[in-house]
Every structure is written in structure tokens, then in C-alpha cells.
Design a protein. Structure first.
Length: 557
């Protein structure tokens, strides 16, 4: 007769096995064979499963609960290691397998139970605007606003990119913190978006609220509160351009049924906030660019920026990239030079200096260089790319267009390009402070481009900047200095003609080709070796009893 303890053990094991739910984790479609799901035997035939590369569930379950030899360390003795599945550190039989299973909590059926559980697992996320506690703005503080319809207190926002570069309208502006962002808006129906999408309307960025000049206005005692019509609040002064032409007034979007386009759409918005020390904000100017767009313009890229300017600074502002050595993350200073490397003209806008291509929302390279090209930032290796649309032009014409896109505006000007040796190089009279960029000859490359029946031979689709820098000055305070720069092209490639989709039938033979630019910074510093001389040795010959009676003279045997 079987002992009672063994019967109980068997029953426990059966209950554990029967209590576990066996599932096919990849069977997600009832009545349909799931590809690569080899356990879906109800919907997949044997011949179907033979064609699969079976999915394996991600699990770290170990029924033996082994502690492998690899994680057992022994010190001070010679050790040999043997890898094996079973061993001394394994549990052969688990008498209580259910302890390895999750325990399902009881269903919450009342507010009281819900609150009790919430005190343990929940955390509170405040959606209220933080209350002002200081008497004046300090750098990094939120800029407060008051809305017209309810006198509600809020904060000034600057849209920024979120997941997949989609605009998020919850990015608070930080006092004295300049910022620039670009993001995209989508639309499934242009007519509806034109009439209802607030983000396309200038009023969303300029009207319906005023700026709180100082937090002291919000720190009122008693039941007093700041109101929208308070004369101390700062209104936003907005000016607009329509299709790059100044307009007398800013207009809201209007859908034109004849042209099937939306007019007066915001494509960029730039705030300029004047500050006056502890008195806070004195003025807010807003420059808005409006354009007429169609369905093909979506996803639409919008540009946003905010700049804080002290009203006490009335001179021309020039941002340096270091003083004197370059700071990591600051743009390289560039100038147009003559063939001898003598600087001729300096442009303080980093987006039209030595730059990299960047794509628009559609992935295409854009001709609007000031908005879409990316400045080269010191010390940051980068690779960027975009798609260029090819037509039925000759191979050499296509290569010329690609060269123009890769090189950017600065290389398309007459002369060569120079880079400032230091981050504060602005003096055009000092040739020693400028480094001429060694550029590959594109004309000689263009000659080697040949056309075949199926494509173009020896096409250049990429370029690279190589920046050499070295530390100068004292070893305790190194100042990075650019000592050399080279701009070259990638290896020649064969560009095969291909058409896309319905274009094959129309005979247009249009296709998109990816081009790329990159930059590499190379540190060639020679670190000085700091040497210290040895301490001098004093050789003094004294009598044996010189220190007597403090020390006895002991004869040496």
C-alpha cells in the first residue's frame, strides 16, 4: 500500500500541473494560421509549420533552479571550471512549485478597496501649474501667463518634438533659456485641419493670453487675484510674413476650395522676450511666418524659437563658440576665404557655415538651407542623410545637383572656406587665426561619371568632414584649437535607374536616392609630461658620538 505522504505529494503535483494554463503565446488570430507560430496546430497545417522559422518565447524559467558554476567564485586557490546543466547546485524536485507562480490579486469591487490599494501602489501626478514663490524671475523659472476667458493662470509653452518628431504642445518656456525646436504636424483632411487645427493658427501663439512680467504679481495676499485686463501684464506684439512678404496683419487659416490649399498656415514662430533684471519681462515680440500649403506639404514641419534679450544690451550680439578654445557642442566659426586662405567675409549664422544635410518631414533634402541644414558642432561626430529625387537628367547633371546639396551654400560661393582656429576667432585681418579647409576637387570627379543603359557609374553620394584639433595653453586649463580640416567625398558607387510604383507606367522614371554627410573630430594633442626632480640628498659626515648622550655609540662587530 502506498504511504499517505506519497499520495499527498502526487495529488499536490497533479494540482500544480492542472492549475497551470498552457497557452500558445504567438497564436493571436483565431481561425487564421499565425506565421512562424509553430504551436498554432489548430489553424496551421503540418506543411505550413514546415515553412516556419518558429518563434521561441522569451523566458528565463529554470525548472531545476540551478545556480551555475560560472557564478560561483573561489579566491586564493587554483580553480577549474566545468559547464554543465545539472549539478550540485540544482533542485531536482520542487515540492511546492506554486510558489514560483504569480499570485492573482482579488478583484477590486468597491471604492474603499480601491483607495486602500491606491495608497500602496499609486502615485499622484499633479496637473496644476506650479505656484510662484519668488518675488522675481530667476533663470530656469517657468514664465507665467494669464488667459483671457477665465483669468486662469498658466505658463508660456514652446512646441517641441516628441515621439517620431511629432509636435508636443506641453513644453514650458524657461526664463532666460534660449531654445529652438522643429517638429511636424499631420493632417488626414486638409479642409478640416485648416478650419479647426489650432496649431496652424497664429492666434494660438499670440492671442488669448498675456505674459506675467514678474512672479510678484501672483504673490498677492487675501482674496485678490491678477486679472487679464490688468495693465501690468505684458501683451504679445505679433508681426507676420506671408510667403516671405511682410503683411499688414496676421490672418487665421482659410481653406481655398479652388486651389484646394490652406492659406495663412503657421510655418515658424519666434518669440523675442525683453528682460530688465529683477523687474522681469518688459516686452514680448513674436515673428510668425505664414504660408499657403496643400495636402502634399504634410506632414508639415514647423519651426519654433525663443530668445531672451536684455533691454540694457543695445549693441550687436555675436555668439562665440568658446573663449579662446572651442567648447564642445558649439558651432564651428567659418568664413569665406580667397584661394590663398585669406579670410574675406565672416557670417555669424552657423546654419550657413560648414553644415550637414538634414531631412524634412518627408525625408527629402530641402533647398531652404537656413532651416534644414545642421551646423557642425565642435567635438560631436555625426552622420546625417536625406533623400534626393532624381529625374531623367543626364548622370553628370544629377551628380552636379548632388554635389550642390552635399556641399551646402558656403562651398557654392566663390573662393574657399576657412574655419576659425579658436572659438573666439572673428578678426578677418589675422590669417594666423584661420584654418583653410582642404577640399576635394569635384570637377575631376565629375569627369569620371559615365552613363550606361541601367544607371550611372562612379557616382558620389556622400561627403565627410575631418576636423583635426589639439589642446593649447597650460595643461591645467587646455584650450581646444582647430589645426586642420579636410572635406572629401565618399567612394564612387554605381547608381542604378529604378522607378517607383505607378511611375514605371507613366515613364517618368523618378526615384529617390539617399545621400549622406558626416563629420569626424580627431584629437592630435601631444600631452606634455610634467617632471619633478628628485629631492636632494644631503651627505653629512658626523662623528659617531655627535648625538650623545641622546644616542649611544655602539661599535659594530
Amino acid at each position: 500500500m502506498m504511504p499517505t505522504c506519497e499520495i499527498i505529494y502526487i495529488l499536490l503535483m497533479l494540482s500544480c500541473v492542472l492549475g497551470q494554463r498552457t497557452t500558445c503565446f504567438c497564436d493571436l488570430n483565431i481561425g487564421l494560421c499565425d506565421v512562424n507560430c509553430c504551436c498554432d496546430t489548430e489553424d496551421c497545417s503540418t506543411s505550413d509549420i514546415e515553412t516556419f522559422t518558429c518563434l521561441v518565447p522569451l523566458t528565463n524559467a529554470d525548472t531545476l533552479h540551478c545556480v551555475y558554476d560560472q557564478v560561483v567564485f573561489v579566491n586564493n586557490i587554483a580553480q577549474t571550471q566545468t559547464v554543465r546543466q545539472n549539478g550540485l547546485f540544482c533542485i531536482e524536485v520542487d515540492n511546492f512549485a506554486t510558489r514560483n507562480m504569480y499570485t492573482s490579486p482579488a478583484c477590486i469591487s468597491s471604492d474603499t478597496c480601491f483607495d486602500d490599494i491606491g495608497q500602496i501602489y499609486f502615485y499622484n501626478v499633479s496637473t496644476n501649474v506650479p505656484q510662484a514663490t519668488e518675488s522675481f524671475y530667476q533663470s530656469g523659472d517657468i514664465v507665467y501667463t494669464i488667459f483671457n476667458n477665465s483669468n486662469a493662470q498658466s505658463m508660456l509653452i514652446l512646441p517641441s518634438s516628441g515621439v517620431s518628431n511629432v509636435c508636443q504642445d506641453n513644453n514650458p518656456v524657461k526664463y532666460l533659456s534660449n531654445e529652438s525646436n522643429s517638429c511636424t504636424r499631420s493632417s488626414s483632411d486638409l479642409m478640416t485641419s485648416c478650419n479647426t487645427d489650432y496649431s496652424l493658427d497664429f492666434a494660438f501663439y499670440a492671442e488669448g493670453f498675456k505674459i506675467v512680467p514678474s512672479p510678484s504679481l501672483l504673490n498677492l495676499t487675501g482674496n485678490s487675484e491678477i486679472l487679464f485686463n490688468d495693465t501690468e501684464l505684458v501683451s504679445i506684439s505679433a508681426s507676420c510674413t506671408l510667403n516671405n512678404i511682410n503683411t499688414t496683419e496676421c490672418l487665421s487659416p482659410v481653406y481655398n476650395a479652388t486651389t484646394t490649399q490652406c492659406e495663412n498656415v503657421v510655418t515658424s514662430a519666434t518669440y523675442t522676450i525683453g528682460t530688465n533684471g529683477t523687474n522681469g519681462i518688459s516686452s514680448v515680440d513674436l515673428q510668425i511666418d505664414l504660408s499657403m500649403i496643400g495636402e502634399a506639404s504634410f506632414p508639415l514641419t514647423q519651426q519654433f524659437a525663443i530668445n531672451f534679450v536684455s533691454i540694457q544690451n543695445t549693441g550687436t550680439v555675436l555668439q562665440l563658440s568658446g573663449n579662446p578654445g572651442y567648447l564642445v557642442g558649439r558651432p564651428l566659426l567659418t568664413a569665406v576665404c580667397d584661394s590663398a586662405g585669406v579670410p574675406q567675409s565672416f557670417n555669424s549664422n552657423p546654419n550657413v557655415g560648414v553644415t550637414l544635410v538634414t531631412p524634412t518631414a518627408t525625408g527629402l533634402c530641402s533647398a531652404s538651407e537656413a532651416l534644414t541644414r545642421q551646423a557642425i558642432l565642435f567635438g560631436q561626430d555625426q552622420t546625417t542623410g536625406c533623400m534626393t529625387a532624381l529625374s531623367t537628367s543626364t548622370c553628370q547633371q544629377i551628380q552636379q545637383e548632388i554635389f550642390a546639396t552635399l556641399d551646402g551654400q558656403i562651398f557654392n560661393q566663390n573662393g574657399s572656406v576657412c574655419i576659425g582656429s579658436y572659438g573666439n576667432t572673428t578678426d578677418l585681418t589675422s590669417t594666423a587665426d584661420w584654418t583653410q579647409v582642404i577640399k576635394a576637387d569635384s570637377e575631376s570627379i565629375l569627369i569620371s561619371v559615365t552613363e550606361t543603359n541601367t544607371g550611372c557609374q562612379n557616382m558620389i553620394l556622400s561627403s565627410v568632414y575631418e576636423i583635426l584639433f589639439a589642446n593649447a595653453g597650460n595643461i591645467s586649463d587646455p584650450q581646444p584649437k582647430v589645426v586642420g580640416a579636410r572635406y572629401s567625398y565618399g567612394n564612387p558607387q554605381f547608381l542604378q535607374f529604378r522607378c517607383i510604383g505607378g511611375n514605371c507606367d507613366r515613364g517618368t522614371n523618378q526615384q529617390r536616392v539617399e545621400i549622406s554627410t558626416s563629420v569626424t573630430f580627431i584629437d592630435i594633442s601631444e600631452t606634455p609630461v610634467s617632471l619633478e626632480t628628485q629631492r636632494p640628498t644631503i651627505e653629512a659626515k658626523l662623528p659617531n658620538d655627535f648625538f650623545s648622550p641622546f644616542k649611544d655609540s655602539v661599535p659594530v662587530n
